[in-house]
Write a protein that binds this ligand. Structure first.
Ligand code: COD
Length: 159
């Protein structure tokens, strides 16, 4: 069975992420969407909230599992018996960072292979940060994130 891990912050999940998950699920037997629990970052959503939203928006894709992890990605992958990582690429700026990440992950475990999926042109400008920015100033995020995320953002910024 070909298990792949799609790691990220997903703070929150956007249509750009979801597109990568849907396409990844067509290529691999199982996609584990792994939310990083990063104590050095100050996320808008807790890890539990991010996992819950991901579960909700991926519930119709049979071979997708949502989980969270902390520490090194390669250690988490060993735990899950996964040998591949999928990442999304939007622009050249993503490439530099992702090349560095793929190289260090390979250095830490030379059996790990990173696969890159080009962004869907519709979502090439989309990031969680942009979504949070728009939502914070009460702009419409309807076309940027699934409905449960839109609602969760409204709740965050109204409280
Ligand atoms: N279209 C296509 N892809 C997209 C889009 C979009 N619109 N938006 C985001 N993506 C892709 C990103 O390129 C990325 O591949 C993925 O989706 C997740 O994005 P984010 O922004 O939610 O998550 P990141 O980039 O903050 O996640 C970073 C990781 C958690 C993957 C990374 O920090 C990590 O692996 N940390 C674990 C510690 C570790 O092992 N570090 C390596 C050794 S130092």
């Amino acid at each position: 069975m070909f298990i792949t891990v799609y790691p990220g912050s997903f703070d929150p999940v956007t249509y750009g992420h979801l597109d990568i998950i849907q396409r990844g699920a067509k290529v691999f037997d199982k996609v584990i969407v792994a939310v990083l629990e990063n104590p050095s970052k100050q996320p808008l959503f807790t890890v539990e909230e991010r996992v819950r939203l991901l579960v909700e928006v991926t519930q119709e894709i049979e071979n997708v599992e949502v989980d969270s992890f902390d520490g090194l990605l390669v250690d988490y992958m060993r735990l899950k018996s996964a040998k591949t990582i999928i990442k999304g690429l939007r622009a050249v700026s993503d490439f530099e960072y992702e090349l560095q990440m793929a190289s260090i992950n390979r250095k830490l475990n030379d059996e790990v292979e990173t696969f890159f999926m080009m962004t869907n042109n519709k979502y090439s400008y989309l990031s969680s940060s942009i979504v949070k920015n728009v939502a914070q100033y009460r702009g419409s995020v309807k076309d940027l994130v699934p409905y449960p995320v839109e609602k969760a953002l409204q709740q965050k910024f109204s409280s």
